[in-house]
Ligand binder design. Structure first.
Ligand code: UDP
Ligand code: MG
Length: 338
């Protein structure tokens, strides 16, 4: 069964709540997470499954997951052939989740499992897109918080989709929202933007982010920068458009200067000095042109990544039976829809 066939009518879901957990080198967090998460789910849901997406871990994550599956068959795992990134791990989780509602959370207990109770309550009230809203960012470093703030301000100014304040990946999605996300084939996945883009009846549930249980953040500043650029560029064409305005302004200014020089030359004759002005303006314009080319390049590179239509991820191994094992290596190949 392919991802797209899931939309067919009459589809029955086997479990009520699916929980997706992307993991990258989180072996030491898995037992602790399950010990807190499982009782919550047993109390709140008629049936559940917990799907770990191993994002190419190099530690004992897979050993820990095999042990977890042996102890409780409701815990399953999909393991990538290498590290594809958290956003893609979430997409794989959504592809495999069977639940009538799907909860996405981190493995490091920064997202308290107890908050899921409030998520489910809102879902039963009829909300299809229930997001956790962090009340503070004290657990992040000062530098990271500063960049985060800048990024969201820029995104609000340029992005064509409004992001709810403090919303992240910790959330519950109704099956309808999950199917909408599965239908999005893009490679540059800025999930936060996609959750907002699909819409549906949404509501925020405030929660306090806890300290990471063990290990350290798997996001380097380099990864975060790529992520921020992906986010801006997949939700805004402003960086492309702005050059039209800058170009117009610079040309207009150049025209005024030309007229001034023409008049001065006609009235006072040829005036040789002005070398500095020429060098400065040549360098300024050269800089602007390279910058705008660079922006173009960023978009062209992303278009290239999309048109290659490589599979979003490759599964190396499965533990348990998370949904239907995809028969072909392109679980979200959108070729069949074109
Ligand atoms: N993660 C992942 N792939 C990556 C980086 C992170 O699957 O390339 C997972 C990680 O194991 C964790 C979640 O994404 O479950 C959030 O990562 P982390 O706690 O490092 O991020 P932070 O809390 O610093 O934003
Ligand atoms: Mg974390």
């Amino acid at each position: 069964m392919s991802a797209m066939d899931m939309t067919s009518a009459g589809e029955s879901t086997r479990v009520e709540i699916s929980v997706i957990v992307p993991v990258f080198n989180e072996a030491e967090n898995i037992p602790g997470l399950l010990a807190r998460l499982t009782p919550v789910l047993e109390r709140l849901a008629a049936s559940h499954e917990i799907i770990f997406v191993d994002d190419g871990s190099r530690d004992n994550t897979m050993t820990a997951l095999r042990a977890a599956n042996a102890a409780d068959a409701r815990v399953t795992a999909v393991s990538f052939s290498r590290n594809f990134g958290k956003e893609i791990a979430i997409a794989a989780g959504l592809d495999n989740a069977e639940g009538a509602a799907v909860v996405i959370m981190d493995a490091d207990l920064q997202h308290p499992p107890e908050v899921i109770e409030a998520f489910i309550a809102k879902w039963r009230e009829g909300f299809l897109n229930v997001y956790g809203q962090r009340t503070d960012r004290d657990t992040d470093s000062r530098v990271r918080r500063m960049f985060t703030k800048r990024f969201y301000r820029l995104f609000a100014a340029l992005g064509e989709t409004a992001l709810p304040e403090g919303a992240g990946d910790f959330r519950l999605l109704d099956r309808r929202a999950v199917l909408a996300l599965r239908a999005m084939p893009e490679r540059a996945r800025f999930s936060k933007g996609l959750y907002a883009w699909i819409g549906f009846k949404s509501v925020g549930v405030p929660f306090e982010v806890a300290e990471r249980a063990a290990g350290e953040s798997k996001f380097s500043y380099r990864k975060l920068t790529r992520f921020a650029l992906d986010g801006l560029m997949s939700f805004s064409t402003m960086p492309l458009m702005v050059w039209t305005y800058i170009g117009t302004a610079v040309s207009f200014f150049a025209l005024l200067m030309a007229m001034r020089f023409l008049l001065v030359t006609v009235i006072y004759g040829v005036d040789v000095p002005g070398f500095a002005t020429i060098i400065v303006s040549v360098m300024f314009l050269g800089g602007i042109q390279l910058l705008s080319l660079g922006v173009l390049g960023e978009y062209v590179g992303r278009i290239f990544a999309e048109v290659k239509r490589r599979p979003l991820y490759l599964v190396g191994e499965r533990i348990g039976n998370p949904a239907e094992p995809a028969p072909d290596p392109t679980p979200r190949s959108h070729a069949r829809r074109v």
